[in-house]
Structure formats: C-alpha cells, structure tokens
Design a protein around this ligand. Structure first.
Ligand code: SAM
Length: 293
C-alpha cells in the first residue's frame, strides 16, 4: 500500500538553517547578484517559474526562510480552488511566496496580490524580482509593518475584502493581525486563511483562535483572556521567536483589536515540509459564516 504521508525529496533540500543568524546578513542582496548573473538570465526574464528555480538554487547553497516548494504547492492548489480576486500576504522576505502565489493568482484571473513586508531592503528585493518575473501588473509590495499597511489599504479603499490571506510574518502577530482584519471587515464570510509555520516553530495561540467555537471566543474575549489584546506575546512563544526581528529595533508592539468572535471558522492542518526537509504544516481556515445570521 502506498503511504498517504507526504514525503520529502532530500535531493532538493535547502542548506541547513544556521543557529544564530539566518537572514538579514547580506544574503538577500547576494541572492539578487546570483539571480541576475545566471547564464540564462534572458530566458528568466518574464518567467516566474525560472526566477523561483534560481532562488531555489541559491537556497541550496545558503539557507533562505522561504515557504519552499512543498508547502508552496498546498497554497497554489488553494489559489486554484478559491480563485481570489484579492490576495494578501503578511511577510514577503525576498519574494518567493509572492512570485509563486502572485503568478497563481494572475493565472486564476485574480486582480491583485499584495505583499506586506516591513524590512525596506527585503521589500526592494521583492520589487526587483517581481519586475524580473513580469508580475508587476498584479503584485503590489507594501513596505511597512503589516498592521499599518492593512489599515492603510483599508482606509484608502484599495482593499475592501481579502479573499485569501497568507500569514508568514512575526509569529505573535498572526492572531492580532487576523483580529484587525476581522474588525476592519477585510476578513469575513468567504475569506480563506493559510498560515505557515504552525508546526515549525509553531503558533499555539493562532491555532487555538481559528479552531475555537464562537462561544469559546466570546468567553475568552469577555475574560480578557484571548492572549492577543495588545499585551505581551503569549508565553508559549520561544524567546527567539519573540525577538526574531528585534535586531533592527523594529517595533514588535502587538495590535489590540478585539476582532469579531461571531465569525465561524472551519480549520484544518495540512502537513508538509520546510524547504530544508524539516516537518511543518499550513493551517487552512475558511470563514463560513457569522453566528446568529
Ligand atoms: C518567513 S519570512 C517570509 C517568507 C515569505 N513569505 C516566503 O515564503 O517567501 C517573514 C518576513 O516577515 C517580515 N515581517 C516580520 N514581521 C513583520 C510585520 N509585522 N509586518 C510586515 N512584515 C513583517 C520579515 O521582515 C520577514 O521578511
């Protein structure tokens, strides 16, 4: 009997993730030099798949914190099914998920893919690779914290509803940003969420929130015990997760939005792998209605 468990092909594994410094040490601009000096650069132009292949080739020599091919496939399948007009990602890094999912949204007839990235150098790398891949018509890169970008996109009327959201940024902000989107009406019935790294490194407060019933969410909110109300990050996050982006003094303040506990979610985990081969998973959550309506 063939196994239903997903398997990882070790021949395509990324280089191991370093213990201490594994991003923001110049490797992101080295990646740009690597991509633009490929012998087939003229063939790469206008071809998202070949840009992604060049990024993967680099990742096999030096670790990059990309979603990778295996988990990426779970989300591209979801894009084919949901056919989002508007998709938003929280955390763009060097643009791997943005290129992969932006191309899939375009192919599915969607209008916009917003990549929200706080680090301006990473944002510049994404912009360069999006232009190289020929996706600038669909992809927009918003540089700044996810919270301020979400508010700006909402207040300007550019985004009224998020059909599909990929969460892949500061782990404690998954829940607070989701609640902000709920409160602004960006996430509501029909919206679908795909959250990365729910196994590695894990995100217990987020899983608890999207898997809770409406009455559980209401009770927690009444007790002020929902762990995402502008207070310190949930104690279940490891210190290194909490401080991951502290090096540049980037503000890690968490939003205090109350969200909408009456939104009904259906949520499930899809197991897969990090590009290094480590087991990880994507939590896929569908907002299926509003309780009482
Ligand atoms: C794991 S990486 C994203 C990887 C990317 N989604 C991919 O798969 O190719 C996380 C990124 O989130 C960004 N980030 C962290 N906190 C953020 C925040 N509050 N707002 C926007 N970006 C943030 C970091 O700078 C980093 O580039």
């Amino acid at each position: 009997m063939p196994s239903a468990e997903p398997q990882f092909d070790h021949s395509k594994a990324y280089a191991a993730k370093e213990e201490d410094v594994f991003f923001d040490d110049g490797r992101e601009t080295d990646l740009l030099h690597f991509v633009y000096s490929r012998p087939n650069i003229e063939e790469i132009r206008g071809n998202p798949e070949l840009v992604l292949k060049a990024i993967d080739d680099f990742g096999r020599t030096k670790y990059l914190m990309n979603v990778g091919e295996d988990k990426g496939k779970i989300v591209t399948e979801l894009i084919k099914e949901v056919k989002p007009q508007t998709m938003v990602e929280l955390g763009g890094y060097i643009g791997y998920s943005c290129l992969l999912f932006g191309a899939a949204v375009k192919q599915a007839g969607g209008q916009r893919y917003y990549s929200l990235e706080r680090n301006p150098v990473f944002g510049a790398v994404i912009l360069s690779l999006v232009d190289l891949a020929g996706l600038s018509d669909v992809v927009k890169v918003e540089i700044g914290s996810s919270e301020t970008s979400l508010k700006r996109l909402h207040d300007s009327g550019k985004v009224k509803k998020i059909d599909l959201m990929f969460l892949d940024h500061y782990k404690p902000a998954y829940t607070t940003d989701l609640k902000l989107c709920e409160e602004l009406g960006l996430v509501g019935p029909g919206s679908v969420l795909a959250a990365d790294n729910v196994i590695q490194p894990g995100n217990p407060p987020y899983l608890e929130y999207v898997r809770a019933s409406v009455s559980e969410k209401r009770q927690k909110a009444e007790r002020g015990a929902d762990g995402a109300n502008g207070a310190a990050p949930d104690a279940r996050f490891q210190d290194k997760q909490v401080k991951q982006y502290a090096r540049r003094g980037e503000s890690e303040a968490l939003g205090a939005s109350k969200g909408r506990p009456d939104l009904v979610y259906e949520s499930r985990l899809v197991n897969s792998f990090e590009p290094t081969g480590e087991p990880d998973g994507i939590e896929i959550t569908r907002c299926v209605g509003v309780e009482g309506k």
